[in-house]
Structure formats: structure tokens, C-alpha cells
Design a protein around this ligand. Structure first.
Ligand SMILES: *[C@@H]1O[C@H](CO)[C@@H](O)[C@H](O)[C@H]1NC(C)=O
Ligand SMILES: *[C@@H]1O[C@H](CO)[C@@H](O)[C@H](O)[C@H]1NC(C)=O
Length: 190
């Protein structure tokens, strides 16, 4: 009888600990087949749009939020930090169809020429891309002909995105500083 009870106790303890360990076995990592996430074939997409950097007027979409003591006397505005929510349009006119916005920051990060560090998300609103984003992290020497910026990631339709964007200045108003920049984006995604 005593033996039976102790067996029962041992069994219950064992059972309880199994329950305990299964309840607490949160798996930190596991490998997964891509199909499990609905990832089939990698695609390459080309996006074309115009980026409007509006720094002047009553409704600027690019505002300087920080600078250094030397920024105003620096030939390259070194140290200026600008936050943007710039419209992206199908054609070069601001009145043409809006396909998304570029939201983020650019910083004047070169002492020797105007070279911006661009850290921003393209937030698309057009068609099936509505709600999908691409993340850009790159260098933009704005007075060079074609600048190339890496696309480092994306969301929704652009999950696992990687690629590059090519920027060409379409027009620049030297008086106001407003600029329209043509973008060609080439991106791999699923
Ligand atoms: C730089 O110039 C702007 C406008 O000309 C002015 O508002 C700002 O206070 C100046 N900044 C410094 C640090 O001198
Ligand atoms: C994009 O999606 C949002 C939220 O679902 C919706 O309110 C908006 O009307 C959509 N925009 C376009 C252009 O389809």
C-alpha cells in the first residue's frame, strides 16, 4: 500500500512537471519553410514617381528641426536635420496623382559637398500598394546627376524587400529651395 502511494506521488510529480515544462516551453526560434509564410516566388518590381521636397511657403513638407552652431556658416549646411513628409506623385506636377509619401529625415552629413544622409520610408497609397512601405537608408549627393540609394526593407507587399532607388533632380527652384526629384526604384520582394 505504502509503495503504491509513493509510486502515485512520484507519478503525479512527474506528470505535474511535464505539464509545467510544456506550459512554459515558449520556443524562441525555429526554422520555417518559406511557403508557411505564403512566400512563393521572388519578384522584381520597378516603381517610378516624383518626389516633391517643399521647403518654402505656408505649407512646407520639409522642415529643419535641428542644426549645429556651424551649420549656417558651413558651405554644405553641415549638421542640418530636416524632417519630411513629402508627396510622391505619378507625374512631375504636384497636381498629378499622389501615389504615396516619403516620411523621414535627411541630414546634411558631408563637409566637402552637399551630401545628405537619407533615412526614410516610402508610404504608398496607390492601388494594391496602399499601406505597404519601403525603407531607404542611403547617401544623396544632391548635385550629382544620378544618385543611388539602397532600399533596405519593406512591409506588407514589400516584405523582405531589397533593392535600390535612383534619384535624378527634375527641377530645383534656387530661390525657394523647392525641388522635384524623379525616382526609379528597383526592388526584389515576394
Ligand atoms: C541659422 O539661420 C536661421 C535662419 O536664417 C536662424 O533661424 C537660426 O537661428 C540660425 N541658427 C544658428 C545656430 O545660428
Ligand atoms: C488606403 O487604405 C486606407 C485604409 O485602409 C483607406 O482609408 C484609403 O482610402 C485607401 N486609399 C486609397 C487611395 O485607396
Amino acid at each position: 500500500m505504502a509503495l503504491c502511494i509513493s509510486k502515485l506521488v512520484i507519478f503525479s510529480l512527474l506528470f505535474a512537471s511535464i505539464m509545467f515544462f510544456t506550459a512554459n516551453s515558449h520556443t524562441f526560434s525555429r526554422s520555417l519553410r518559406p511557403e508557411k509564410l505564403g512566400l512563393k516566388k521572388q519578384k522584381l518590381s520597378h516603381l517610378h514617381f516624383y518626389f516633391h521636397d517643399i521647403v518654402s511657403g505656408r505649407n512646407p513638407t520639409a522642415v529643419r528641426v535641428a542644426e549645429a552652431k556651424m551649420t549656417n556658416t558651413s558651405a554644405t549646411a553641415f549638421g542640418a536635420v530636416v524632417v519630411i513628409d513629402d508627396p510622391l506623385t505619378e507625374g512631375p506636377e504636384l497636381s498629378s496623382k499622389i501615389v504615396g509619401r516619403a516620411q523621414g529625415i535627411y541630414t546634411s552629413a558631408s563637409l566637402s559637398e552637399i551630401g545628405l544622409l537619407m533615412v526614410q520610408n516610402y508610404v504608398f497609397t496607390e492601388g494594391k500598394y496602399n499601406g505597404s512601405t519601403l525603407s531607404v537608408l542611403g547617401r544623396n549627393a544632391v548635385f550629382s546627376g544620378v544618385r543611388e540609394l539602397p532600399i533596405v526593407g519593406g512591409s506588407r507587399l514589400f516584405r523582405f524587400a531589397h533593392g535600390y532607388a535612383q534619384a535624378r533632380t527634375h527641377s530645383l527652384d534656387l530661390k525657394t529651395g523647392d525641388a522635384v526629384v524623379e525616382y526609379n526604384v528597383y526592388v526584389f520582394h515576394y
